[in-house]
Design a protein around this ligand. Structure first.
Ligand SMILES: Nc1nc2c(ncn2[C@@H]2O[C@H](COP(=O)(O)OP(=O)(O)OP(=O)(O)O)[C@@H](O)[C@H]2O)c(=O)[nH]1
Ligand SMILES: [Mg+2]
Length: 602
């Protein structure tokens, strides 16, 4: 007989890279759902292609495992602040969270955000001081700082009395005390069973669930995932779906799905407290209520913070349009984005104009993941520079402000401070530790951070860490000058020659190498000066009598700078666009509209 008291629902939350997905690997590996000789792949839950490539979690995902007679439903969440909507969305499904804190780094900006969300939901977190195997781990200090953070965020007494455990996901062990033997994950499993409350709800009441996540299966279509709040459901039974506008439709549930480790399992029935996927409601949306047809109710919508920046996908009219992919007609792009809007609720898509679509998201990476997915599906399109979404708050023009956390080797701190101050950042904290690493915190307009990430990496020679997270809307900070350097623009079409590159490399940094096809108006490099410069990158060496055979191959070229999609988005100015095709990523100049010219391109 199914008993909700043997269910535990928990999410793993933390700052980026604090080890959530690796922790899940260890829990999966030790929950006896794998055969003896079966290995859990590294970061098994990061199953989406872009997650594997980028080494970060993008979507929240759940799985189920068993420990003794308990079924534990665990949700892995992303730590990057661009995907914080994923965390907000799933907290309603769980009854507690594992708050992972890197024992070396201590709490970081996203720790603060995810913890504040969990506390607001009334959850009592379990604090896991993770990565205690690291050489400079200082779990006591990390614990003190975490406690301070709870206090600062207004935790209740019950929340402040949190359970603590020390662990290493990589090492596959957890320990209640630092002096305990470090054997396996059993202490963490036991703590989850002991401290996480069993889900509330009544098996006898009519069925009730809210769709918190959607997934898709080519056979049964869209599946709604959520925690069953009341009652039970059997395959073949009918349910009423209530959408956000209060409309009712009734559907037969054709499949109930759960997980067992990395495998999907079909279930004949499911009951209150369990987290399941239901198929049979073709156009279900996130936030919709599913209930018994005899007792229709509407649950309050899932609230997510609004996006802070937007980009435009204008009509595509480049010289190369359609050569490498599906020509991006506005209608096709619109259809694709509408599809996205159904599942990706932290994105907002505006289709108010004929000549472009506006996509609003939380950050460059959030937008880049969608654009990259479209590109891989064969779409070809252009995008404009992101803009922040402004708001009128009590008659005051306001803009999004972010908390920026920076760690750099001490010698670079001066340049960073100078640049962020120019970008209207206010320094809130500055400290250099015994290892010569300077930690800084700034309160900065989102606008001021745009275009800064590339620069930051160059200036700190890739050794700096910059994370930022939306804080709140604040009064407009006045004009901020963007990129301080101009670009090199190709004045003609053709193939880039090594000869031209060699002669031009003193002018700045090239983005193209010999053999690349370019066209007029394409941005092919960054100027060392502040103006834009039209250049000829296709110039051939004049044949002369003294030319030695093969001399062209002997020139030594600096390798061109390659952009990732989010770096390209970060780099461009208002009068430039990124052209995205399945095979390439190009930057180019675009004509400004009359209105934009009046605004001065800002
Ligand atoms: N030393 C040590 N390294 C760890 C441990 N757990 C994870 N790591 C490393 O930390 C990095 C990030 O691990 P992930 O598990 O992907 O972190 P995450 O929290 O899931 O990251 P996001 O999903 O992107 O927020 C990887 O390089 C891991 O190998 C640990 O216990 N000890
Ligand atoms: Mg992860």
């Amino acid at each position: 007989m199914y008993k909700p008291k043997y269910i535990r629902n928990i999410a793993i939350i933390a700052h980026i890279d604090h080890g959530k997905t690796t922790m899940l690997d260890a829990l999966l590996a030790q929950s006896k759902i794998f055969r003896e000789n079966e290995k859990v792949p590294e970061r098994a839950m990061d199953s989406y292609d872009q997650e594997k490539e980028r080494g970060i979690t993008i979507f929240a995902k759940h799985t189920s495992l068993y420990f003794d007679e308990y079924k534990i439903n665990i949700i892995d969440t992303p730590g990057h602040s661009d995907f914080s909507g994923e965390v907000e969305r799933v907290l309603g499904m769980v009854n507690s969270v594992l708050l992972l804190v890197d024992a070396q780094e201590g709490p970081m900006p996203q720790t603060r955000f995810v913890l504040s969300q969990a506390l607001k939901m009334g959850l009592c977190p379990i604090v896991v001081l993770n990565k205690i195997d690291r050489p400079n781990a200082n779990p006591d200090n990390a614990l003190n700082l975490t406690f301070d953070l709870f206090v600062e965020l207004g935790a209740t007494n019950e929340q402040l009395d949190f359970a603590v455990i020390y662990a290493s996901g990589l090492g596959g062990f957890a320990a209640k005390e630092l002096t305990d033997p470090r054997t396996d994950m059993r202490p963490l499993f036991e703590m989850i069973i002991d401290k996480v409350p069993a889900p509330p709800g009544n098996l006898e009441l009519p069925f009730l669930m809210q769709a918190s996540t959607l997934s898709y299966d080519s056979f049964v279509g869209r599946l709604a995932c959520g925690r069953i709040l009341e009652g039970t459901i059997k395959k073949g039974q009918s349910l009423t779906r209530v959408d956000k506008d209060g409309n009712h439709t009734t559907h037969r549930i054709v499949r109930i799905e759960g997980y067992l480790g990395l495998r999907k399992v079909e279930m004949e029935e499911a009951g209150v407290g369990d987290i399941v996927n239901l198929a049979g409601i073709p156009d279900i949306m996130i936030g919709d209520t599913l209930c018994d047809p005899t007792q229709v109710v509407q649950l309050p919508p899932i609230h997510l913070s609004a996006p802070t920046r937007s980009i435009e996908i204008p009509v595509y009219n480049s010289p190369g349009a359609g050569r490498q992919g599906t020509p991006g007609t506005m209608n096709k792009i619109r259809d694709r984005l509408l599809q996205e809007k159904k599942a990706n609720i932290s994105l907002k898509i505006e289709m108010t104009r004929d000549d472009c679509v506006e996509v609003c998201g939380r950050g460059e990476l959030h937008l880049a993941v969608l654009l990259e997915a479209m590109r891989r599906e064969g779409y070809e399109f252009i995008i404009s520079k992101p803009r922040v979404i402004l708001k009128d708050i009590d008659g005051v023009q306001s803009e999004p402000m972010e908390n920026v956390h920076i760690e750099v080797p001490e010698q670079y701190s001066g340049t960073v401070i100078e640049e962020l101050s120019r970008r209207r950042g206010e320094m809130r904290h500055l400290q250099t530790n015994e290892h010569g690493i300077t930690t800084m915190q700034f309160y900065t307009p989102t606008r001021g951070l745009m275009g800064y990430r590339n620069d930051f990496l160059t200036v700190t020679r890739g050794l700096g860490i910059l994370t930022s997270i939306f804080d709140s809307y604040g009064p407009w900070k006045g004009p901020i000058e963007g990129r301080t350097r101009g670009v090199l623009v190709s004045g003609n079409s053709g193939r880039v020659t090594g000869y031209a590159c060699f002669n031009l490399q003193d002018r700045g940094t090239l983005f193209v190498g010999p053999g690349t096809e370019v066209y007029e108006g394409m941005v092919v490099g960054e100027n060392t000066r502040d103006n834009d410069l039209v250049i000829n990158v296709t110039k051939e060496k004049q044949l002369t009598n003294i030319r030695a055979a093969g001399s062209d191959e002997n020139v030594i070229l600096t390798p061109p700078r390659q952009f990732t999609l989010e770096q390209a988005i970060d780099f461009i100015n208002e009068d430039e666009v990124v052209e995205i095709t399945p095979k390439s990523l190009r930057l180019r100049k675009r004509a400004l509209s009359e209105n934009e010219r009046k605004r001065g391109g800002k």
